[in-house]
Design a binder for this molecule. Structure first.
Ligand code: PLP
Length: 421
């Protein structure tokens, strides 16, 4: 079997050998496919043809402005959850009316910044609604509700249900209405996000029904102003590709979502927008992270293959115990035995494990590995831990590759200390 079955089947690298990408741009290297990114955007946009349906890409998954430009060309809008994300959205060409600010525990200055940019904002607690009203009396606002249903690949990313910090409970509706009245705010939308990475549509669909019920509970004079109902993201992708993990059944999700929205739209005479807010689904599978094998060793019966992909480059395996499929691009062609190995990074912590107990072609120094599905929460969660430089990103298009983010340098690390040393 080929050591790169997935990228071969997709023609991910469009004929460019990964070894030549690594020679040209160095490693670690995030490699994106423009073709696959556009395809993902289109799949989501076509989820349902219900009027008002739109896709709000969640920028936290990947905020590279050159990738955001492609997403904008595909007709998606975006969220922001910090002044930095807002600045990046604007730099990528999104207009304020194409940005929805969805944050939590937001500082007054951050709120004021979003308001000054004329961006609509969602608040997720009564105290933040009160603060928003004080900063922008008479303004327009969204409220994030907690539908009581959570989903996700780890407790750390389940963002609704009883145990999370997110959203306002539907039981607090009277207090929401009182604050809206007190500050003369117009409630233009409601939103939720139940968590990240669901592989079955049922929980998401159930939560959509709950959010529409919440809309129904709003007093008619408030409900009539609703023009945005945002059901959140969380659309999962199959990370276990070797085991042929089933993808999310988007056909069923789209059909049932369309039915739910269509009925509600007719019943309420609603003419506004329905948003979904995926991050991972747009980006994850459009990227392979390349890393170099730097050392091989056996320690107490464990075979370690050491690479330059530390958890400063890809944090998900360490943070969530996440699984990423690995492909091997050998330095020298020829047959290789498969063997059990644990692939590690170059950080001084024993938890710096990229892939534990994997059976893969026996890696040798100088080989390259490709970490699949690295486009979401990959670069965006990377750091300078141990003063390593954050990696370069390249984009493959029409059989060519171009840099879309320079690799950091010593100057980048020293910039915050200019004039202080
Ligand atoms: C409010 C909100 N919307 C959307 C998303 C995107 O989630 P995903 O990347 O799983 O689609 C997140 C992720 O944390 C989020 O917090």
């Amino acid at each position: 079997m080929s050591a790169s079955p997935h990228t071969d089947a997709l023609s991910f690298f469009e004929g460019i050998p990964p070894q030549s990408l690594a020679r040209a741009f160095g490693t670690p290297l995030y490699v994106y496919s423009e073709r696959l990114l556009r395809e993902n955007c289109r799949v989501l946009k076509n989820l349902t043809d219900i009027p008002g349906f739109a896709v709000n890409y969640s920028v936290k998954a990947n905020a590279n402005p050159l990738l955001l430009r492609i997403i904008r060309e595909e007709g998606l809008v975006v969220d922001a959850m910090s002044p930095g994300e807002l600045a990046i959205d604007l730099a990528a060409g999104f207009q304020p009316h194409e940005i929805l600010y969805i944050s939590n525990n937001t500082r007054p200055d951050e709120m004021a910044n979003a308001i000054a940019h004329g961006v609509l904002m969602s608040v997720d607690s009564l105290s933040q609604l009160d603060l928003y009203g004080k900063l922008n009396p008479g303004g327009r606002v969204l409220v994030r509700f907690n539908p009581g249903i959570g989903e996700g690949h780890s407790d750390k990313v389940i963002t609704a249900g009883k145990k999370t910090k997110f959203g306002i409970a539907p039981g607090d509706m009277d207090s929401v209405c009182a604050l809206l009245n007190q500050h003369k705010l117009t409630l233009v939308g409601i939103n939720q996000h139940i968590g990240s990475l669901f592989m079955q549509p049922d929980g998401y669909l159930a939560a959509c029904r709950v959010l529409l019920d919440i809309a129904d509970q709003l007093p008619a004079p408030i409900r009539k102003n609703l023009s945005i109902i945002d059901f959140g993201g969380g659309f999962g992708i199959p990370y276990h590709k070797r085991d042929c993990e089933e993808p999310l059944d988007l056909a069923r999700l789209g059909k049932e979502l369309g039915q739910i929205l269509s009925e509600w739209r007719t019943k309420e005479n609603y003419t506004g927008r329905f948003l979904i807010e995926p991050g991972r689904f747009v980006m994850a599978e459009a990227c392979v992270l390349l890393g170099r094998v730097t050392a091989i060793k056996d320690n107490a019966g464990i075979h370690f293959s050491g690479t330059d992909i530390g958890f400063n480059v890809l944090m998900r395996p360490v943070l969530y115990d996440s699984y990423h499929e690995i492909e091997v691009y050998p330095k020298k062609p020829g047959p290789r035995e498969e063997r059990l190995q644990t692939i590690t990074g170059n950080i001084c912590e024993s938890g710096d494990i990229l892939a534990k107990d994997r059976t893969l072609p026996a890696l040798l120094e100088g080989d390259l590995i490709g970490v699949l599905d690295a486009g979401a929460y990959g670069f965006s969660m990377s750091s300078n831990y141990t003063q390593r430089f954050r990696p370069c990103e390249v984009l493959i298009k029409n059989g060519g590759a171009r840099c879309i983010r320079h690799r950091e340098t010593e100057q980048d690390l020293l910039r915050p200390f200019e004039g202080l040393l």
